[in-house]
Design a protein around this ligand. Structure first.
Ligand code: LHQ
Length: 257
């Protein structure tokens, strides 16, 4: 069985982390395969990506057995070849990425989840910045993403203490978008992917790019960049359709063009 399951349903790529017996911990194969599949999502026909885990976890982060394996990848390569490319590909992908957190998300597993565009979780899921417990620092962009999501103080405490928090706590502090009951989680989380897959893909991609650069831009620079991207959005077919549908009082049919 492959460590990453990949399926395309309508225009949605479904990526499932698939090492359930290891709580979907990342080994080299899984990290490289995930990168390959994220690259496949650049194809024009894909209009949304849905990432989840198989079994009871989303991901327990790095496979710790692989780190100490003398035959395995040295520590030097893990960040540069495994995690940095994964989170960079997710942020740069010009499609909305929905992370559906079905169970525990720990270490790099948590921070990969948190860099996605919309993060939703099952009520029984949990999040742990597990790094300090094993003498490491939070990676996969966590030290950049988490304080921006929930503020410096909460991020600092969660990263230093390495406490497990429930998905409901994560929702309350703004770390994730929504929690669904375990019973409805699969259906409701997938509905979000379906919804974004039918929206104007290019406008969503521009919005994502604007959010990315807002981390470094001044307010004035951001206003200029909004102008640039708004001009681009106004040249899309979907913009024409959106306006037309509004004026004709009908539902728009967006094609991603
Ligand atoms: C695992 C793992 C795991 C292997 C559970 N590896 N087997 C970057 C740079 C370089 C190096 C290191 O890492 C990184 C990035 C990182 O991600 S660092 C953080 C790595 N992750 C962790 O430290 C989390 C370790 N796991 C846990 O703390 C617990 O397993 C959690 C809280 C995730 C889940 O707890 P439980 O639900 O009680 O499950 P469990 O602990 O019983 O685990 C079930 C099985 O999965 C067990 O195997 P076994 O053969 O005994 O059934 C674990 O050994 C295995 N497993 N995490 N990361």
């Amino acid at each position: 069985m492959s460590t990453i399951l990949f399926e395309i349903k309508n225009s949605i790529s479904i990526i499932t982390l698939n090492r359930p017996e290891k709580l979907n911990a990342f080994n080299r194969e899984m990290s490289l395969l995930l990168q390959e599949k994220l690259d496949e999502c650049k194809k024009k026909e894909i209009r949304a990506v849905y990432i989840t885990g198989s079994g009871k976890a989303f991901s327990a982060g790095q496979d710790l057995a692989e780190v100490v394996d003398a035959e395995g990848q040295g520590m030097e390569k893990i960040i540069v070849e495994h995690y940095n490319p994964v989170v960079t590909k997710i942020r740069k992908l010009e499609k909305p990425v929905v992370a559906a957190i079905n169970g525990v998300a720990a270490g790099a597993g948590a921070n990969i989840a948190l860099c996605c565009d919309i993060v939703v979780a099952a009520a029984s899921a949990s999040f742990i910045q597990a790094f300090s417990k094993i003498g490491l620092i939070p990676d996969s962009g966590g030290t950049h993403t988490l304080p921006r999501l929930i503020g410096w103080q909460k991020a600092s405490a969660l990263m230093l203490l390495g406490n497990k928090i429930t998905s409901e706590e994560a929702e309350k502090m703004g770390m994730i978008y929504k929690v669904f009951s375990d019973e409805t989680f699969k259906e409701e989380s997938f509905k979000i992917a379906e919804t974004v897959s039918n929206l104007p893909t290019k406008a969503l991609a521009y919005t994502k790019q604007l959010l990315n650069i807002s981390f470094v831009n001044t307010f004035e620079e951001q206003l200029q960049d909004e102008d640039v991207f708004q001009q681009k959005a106004a040249h899309t077919q979907d913009y024409k359709e959106g306006i037309q549908a509004f004026l004709e009082k009908r539902k728009p049919h967006f094609t991603g063009e």
